[in-house]
Design a binder for this molecule. Structure first.
Ligand code: PLP
Length: 394
């Protein structure tokens, strides 16, 4: 017989979604109202304000796209890339590759600047590509590569782009709320994110923001965006500054209650405190992993605190360990993607998942499971190292 679905209670320490707090879950369960109800419209305005706070921007065109991060990505490309446009795309993991795909699907030409997976984007290579392609209109890159755990110098890349008269498209899906995203400080033009990472809301919404420069281009571009749903000129009629709130699509009303609450939590904590919390728990996790002989893929200077890519010890069965963590500890960690499949685990400490109890659970569970898989483990050492880290930090 079919019955209601009750998911197991997991601890989410993969590459997203992250744990969703009870406060956000309760917000999701509030009564659904109409998406043109004045009460709802008031909340939409607050979401826009809170997103400006999170992105550190005064951009008027800042809103949540009613679809996941991939739709935020597409919204940037379909609105700014016209057939024949040339776009320099930096790729150092999965998501830079998707940017290239987006450019090509919009009829543009992508000039790919590649770095090894796990490395930060090399600014010199990007500069060379911009010099060699003076007709390029846009530079696109990922600030925090979720597939590898590497961060890149968004400020430096935006400065390079401006120096070559290019707009920027920046992926901050994994960075927003976890490390500094400074849209106005960077002078970035089209920036998108996701709700299921360091904002710790449910998946399915993509915060997005466009600079005045980018918004002007969207308004004046004679070429119609190839996606009706993501055409920002149309979306602006519902969400845009001073909009009449004309019907465009039915917003995901309850999911937006959740986003409002998640952003409020971030606002209450403060951005600097949220970033410091991610760094603190990353430090404790790293201290514990070191006792297990587990090494990081990314060099220390470019490691994302919220996404820890660690090298799977030799002889260990990747899938079997992850399965056992899930079965015995209700703990999810992430697998490697592409060339890193089977080689790394991705341990997320994103948003509400960046907590002491999660770090200690993960270390305890890894000690136990790796011990069962024949690793020589000094029992309790990982948790003790993390506890010592917390004691030093306090
Ligand atoms: C860096 C990055 N960009 C884009 C996406 C796509 O987001 P979504 O899965 O919400 O469509 C993800 C998802 O993991 C991501 O990590």
């Amino acid at each position: 017989m079919l019955t209601s679905f009750h998911p197991p209670q997991r601890t989410l320490m993969g590459p997203g979604p992250s744990d969703v707090s009870n406060r956000v879950l309760e917000a999701l369960a509030r009564p659904t109202i109409g998406h043109l109800d004045p009460a709802f419209i008031g909340m939409m305005d607050e979401i826009k304000e809170l997103l400006q706070f999170a992105f550190r921007t005064e951009n008027a065109l800042t809103l949540p796209v009613s679809a996941p991060g991939s739709a935020g990505m597409e919204a940037c490309f379909v609105n700014l890339v016209s057939p024949g446009s040339k776009v320099v795309v930096a790729q150092n993991g999965v998501f830079g590759g998707r940017m290239q795909e987006n450019v090509e699907r919009c009829g543009g030409t992508a000039v790919l600047v590649e770095d090894d997976w796990g490395k930060t984007i090399d600014l010199h290579k990007v500069e060379e590509a911009l010099k060699e392609n003076s007709d390029a209109e846009i530079l696109a890159f990922v600030h925090a590569e979720t597939s590898t755990g590497a961060s890149s110098d968004a400020e430096g890349l935006c400065e390079l782009a401006r120096g070559h008269d290019c707009l920027t498209i920046v992926d901050t899906v994994t960075s927003l709320g976890g490390i500094d995203v400074n849209v106005d400080g960077w002078g970035a033009d089209a920036v998108y994110s996701g709700t299921q990472k360091c904002l710790s809301c449910v998946p399915g919404i993509s915060p997005i923001t466009f600079s005045e420069r980018a918004a002007d281009l969207i308004r004046t571009n004679p070429h119609k965006a190839q996606s009706w749903f993501l055409d920002m000129e149309l979306v602006m009629g519902y969400w845009g500054p001073g909009a009449q709130r004309a019907y465009h699509h039915t917003a995901p009303i309850n999911a937006l209650y959740g986003l409002h609450e998640a952003l409020l939590i971030l606002h209450e904590e403060g951005l600097e405190n949220a970033w410091a919390r991610h760094r603190l728990h990353h430090g404790a996790l790293a201290a514990g992993l070191a006792t297990l002989g587990i090494e990081f893929l990314v060099d220390e200077a470019h490691r994302l605190p919220q996404l820890n890519s660690v090298v799977i010890p030799k002889g260990i069965d990747d899938a079997a360990v992850r399965k056992q963590l899930l079965q015995d500890f209700d703990l999810e960690i992430g697998a490697g993607l592409g060339p890193l499949a089977g080689k790394v685990w991705r341990i997320g400490l994103m948003g509400h998942s960046a907590r002491r109890e999660n770090v200690l659970l993960c270390l305890r569970a890894l000690e136990d499971v790796l011990g069962q898989h024949g690793q020589s483990i000094s029992s309790g050492a990982a948790v003790a190292a993390a506890e010592a880290w917390y004691a030093d930090a306090s």
